[in-house]
Design a protein around this ligand. Structure first.
Ligand SMILES: [Fe+2]
Ligand SMILES: [Fe+2]
Length: 279
């Protein structure tokens, strides 16, 4: 399996690729190509795929981790290039989502044109499903552990009410190679321990080899909001016991990454736009 980060917040110094706050990872296994998230609305995912000579018309399926536009922002551009790939998503991801504090709320949800103009491309996932051989989407995340306190600035609209976001709209992807699994998570809003423990319940016989994704130790676009250091340490120690290797970036943030690094050492790598991970 190969995973290439098509769009993320960072890149290597001399890279010609574009960056933006968001995440998109192209995963290839056997002859199947799955796009996990599509980056932010500036279109960096599609631009970078072009620079890297990756043909998005050949993508077989798209998975959208949750209803934020830094993960779904490239979908409209993607649909212009690809007329076949179904998009696996939770229905609740289409509800409006916001960030902010006090009375000021900024819309960060999925562009309404995606469900309005491309509704036939969407596949609403309600239970763990194998979407292509070895690719699983897990839409029900059991919450045994705490969720990120950085979620406190995030809201969703249900009916006419704007409520604290419970992230029921989040899902994650598992790719299984032999009896080892790799977890792909978007922002980890549901708590990365909850995602890993759900993966353990769904695949009790499998070893969790890797996690690739954001852990939301930082408040999304607001980099001054961080998870408490003791909490990051606790989570890191727990994850270290459960998973062999971790690749992270995006909303993990620099502060959280440094704390994680002191615990994981060489079993933690930062990902960035253009990073290729071979498993
Ligand atoms: Fe995000
Ligand atoms: Fe998010």
């Amino acid at each position: 399996m190969n995973a290439i980060v098509l769009s993320e917040n960072t890149k290597l110094n001399k890279s010609k690729l574009n960056t933006e706050h968001g995440l998109s990872i192209l995963v290839e296994k056997d002859n199947n190509k799955v796009l996990f998230d599509t980056g932010g609305p500036k279109g960096t995912m599609v631009q970078n795929a072009k620079t890297l000579n990756l043909d998005l018309s050949k993508v077989d399926a798209v998975v959208i981790s949750h209803g934020h536009n830094d993960h779904s922002g490239g979908l409209l551009d993607f649909f212009k290039l690809n007329d076949k790939a179904p998009v696996y998503i939770k229905k609740e991801a289409l509800n409006p989502h916001y960030t902010g504090s006090g009375s000021h709320k900024e819309f960060i949800g999925i562009d309404y044109r995606i469900s309005h103009d491309y509704h036939e491309r969407l596949r609403f996932v309600t239970e763990t499903s194998e979407i292509l051989e070895g690719f699983f989407v897990v839409p029900n995340i059991y919450k045994k552990f705490s969720t990120p306190t950085t979620n406190r600035i995030l809201f969703s609209k249900e009916g006419n009410q704007i409520l604290k976001d419970n992230f029921y709209h989040e899902l994650f992807m598992i790719v299984k190679v032999n009896n080892e699994i790799t977890i792909f998570s978007g922002c980890g809003h549901s708590g990365i321990r909850n995602i890993v423990s759900t993966a353990q319940e769904v695949f009790p016989e499998s070893k969790i080899k890797n996690i690739i994704g954001g852990f939301h130790f930082q408040g999304g676009r607001i980099s001054s909001i961080n998870e408490k250091s003791e909490e990051i340490e606790d989570i890191s120690r727990w994850i270290k016991e459960a998973v062999e290797k971790v690749y992270t970036g995006h909303c993990t943030g620099k502060y959280g990454f440094e704390i994680m690094k002191s615990i994981f050492k060489s079993n933690l790598e930062q990902f960035y736009t253009g990073k290729k991970i071979t498993i």
